[in-house]
Design a protein around this ligand. Structure first.
Ligand SMILES: [Zn+2]
Ligand SMILES: [Zn+2]
Length: 538
């Protein structure tokens, strides 16, 4: 069979990495299911949460199934975060400031240190100033609005107790093989053994080119989630995970310099989020766009492996720590500011940039937050790296042509239906769609829809992209033109847009074009992450 060979090659690579002392990460894979099916290609044992084997040295060719029974979700309190600081002193200053106003706070530590061979290779400890524990989200929001409006703040959920559930294990004949509390660990005899996870929902969520199963190697854990359902967690060494993510992001025909740049961005992003994202979850990273998209073991090309190996341990750092190095497909000509997309309160880890070398162009379109400049920018196609019109046609780039500038048209009624469905509210007749605030790349961050039943404000580029089409707009960097009937009512809307994705950090197509022109990975990365240094930390 085709994939078992492929699997054993992957397993060999994984085993090599496991023996190198590389940090192991826990990745949350498929969340919130009631049951999950799986099959293993070789011998394995099943352990409970104490690490005691409930089944030993089993081989089985059929699919097995885990199912959650007797669930008891976690309980939460809601707290308000008023600041996230790298230095404890800064957190204390805010705390004193709040005490003077009669507001009690506590400081909690988030993030953490990453060790490699007993040495600290990164420390992304943060000190969060937090107010109170409130019983409900509404209560927290009201408190924030009434007492804390002069500070920037956001509400977070904190777990009071662990979820509890009984997890049952069945074979394909529905015969019960065992049960444990909260956790079932599947531990294959060796890394050559591949675990296949089957998921019917994969069909809809992930592009159809993905198979209906995902492959993993090494220990897997089935565990009850905080909402009392089941999640799979896989444990992987950092560099193996980098390989899998890079293989999804980059085509094997790309020049190696852009693949190296991508590998360094991926590695940096993983390390920078350690302990900060998913603090309340039983894993370090999720497998969706929130962290980085990961679909299990993938067939990695020789060039991807080479790019990862030749940059092993290299990360992007400011003078203190590894940075959250983001990337998206096409910036459109100017990258977006980190804080407009990810975290309004954070310091900018790297500035947004003009994605070209010509200085004149930059002057001509200086302020893309203004509608008139943005319109000109989208129409006139500036000479920037991700504009492929000056790059020779080739198989490497042809599939991404036509995404640097794009347009999409809707009948008014069609758009009304989409927006009403997406927002679960009947907005009525749309009169107008108005950008209220744009980021430096021209991406709309806040937008108002004027309609007969209600006016609607959409906040955040992701939300805007998701609400205005069935399958997501390429980006929120667009302007809108309306067509009217004789009575002056709009009958159609056309969106003229630039780029795809959030536009923060590395522009993958811009970097690809730079690499095709002979630029190396260091120059590519220092173009997109200005002021940031590359450093080999292990
Ligand atoms: Zn995540
Ligand atoms: Zn670009």
């Amino acid at each position: 069979m085709g994939h078992s060979n492929q699997g054993s090659e992957l397993a060999r690579q994984l085993r090599d990495l496991y023996s190198s002392g590389m940090p192991i990460f826990r990745i949350g894979l498929i969340e919130s299911r009631d049951s999950i099916e799986f099959r293993l290609s070789g011998r394995f044992s099943v352990l409970n949460d104490q690490g005691i084997a409930i089944l030993k040295d089993v081989t089985s060719n059929v699919k097995w199934r885990v199912k959650i029974e007797q669930r008891q979700p976690s309980k939460y309190t809601y707290s308000i975060v008023l600041g996230q600081f790298q230095a404890r002193q800064e957190a204390h200053e805010l705390e004193y400031n709040l005490i003077e106003k009669g507001i009690g706070t506590r400081i909690t530590t988030r993030g953490g240190k990453l060790y490699y061979k007993d040495r600290i290779v990164n420390d992304n400890t943060q000190f969060w100033v937090i107010v109170d524990r409130l019983a409900s989200e509404e209560e927290a929001q009201t408190f924030a609005n009434e007492r804390l409006s002069e500070f920037s703040n956001h509400v977070i959920k904190e777990k009071i107790n662990e979820p509890h559930a009984l997890i049952e294990l069945f074979d394909s004949e529905y015969e019960k093989l065992g049960e444990t509390e909260n956790v079932i660990r599947i531990v294959p005899e060796s890394y050559e053994v591949i675990t296949y996870i089957y998921d019917s929902i994969l069909d809809n969520e992930i592009q159809s080119r993905m198979p209906k199963y995902r492959m993993f190697s090494g220990p897997l854990e089935f565990r009850s989630t905080n909402d009392g359902r089941v999640i799979i967690i896989c444990e992987m060494p950092l560099e193996k995970y980098v390989e899998s993510v890079v293989a999804l992001e980059m085509k094997s025909e790309f020049p190696i310099e852009i693949i190296k740049a991508q590998a360094i961005a991926v590695r940096s992003k993983i390390i920078a989020s350690l302990g900060i994202k998913h603090h309340e979850d039983p894993y370090n990273l999720c497998s969706g766009a929130h962290c980085q998209i990961f679909n299990g073991l993938t067939q990695t090309s020789g060039r991807v492996l080479k790019a990862v190996q030749e940059t092993i341990g290299i990360v992007l750092r400011d003078n203190r720590q590894v940075i959250d190095a983001n990337y998206s497909l096409i910036c459109g000509g100017h990258t977006e500011a980190y804080h407009s997309i990810f975290d309004e309160d954070s310091k900018e880890p790297y500035p947004p940039i003009f994605d070209g070398s010509g200085k004149d162009q930059k002057e001509a379109y200086r302020d893309l937050t203004r509608d008139d400049n943005l319109k000109k920018w989208v129409r006139e196609e500036p000479d920037v790296y991700c504009n492929l019109s000056n790059t020779q046609s080739s198989n490497v780039i042809n599939y991404i042509r036509g995404q640097f500038r794009w347009q999409i048209s809707y009948d008014r009624q069609e758009l009304e239906e989409i927006i009403s469905t997406k927002t679960c509210s009947n907005i009525g007749i749309i009169y107008d769609i108005i950008p209220i605030r744009r980021g430096v790349s021209g991406r709309i961050l806040e937008l108002e829809i004027l309609a007969s039943n209600q006016n609607l404000i959409l906040n955040g580029e992701w939300n805007i992209r998701q609400t205005l089409t069935n399958d997501g707009l390429s980006s929120s960097c667009f302007y809108i033109e309306r067509q009217f009937d004789d009575d002056g009512f709009p009958i159609a809307f056309t969106f003229y847009g630039a780029g795809t994705g959030h536009g923060v950090g590395l522009c993958q197509v811009g970097g690809l074009v730079m690499a095709l022109r002979g630029t190396n990975y260091v120059e590519i990365l220092t173009h997109y992450f200005k002021g940031i240094k590359l450093k080999k930390i292990y």
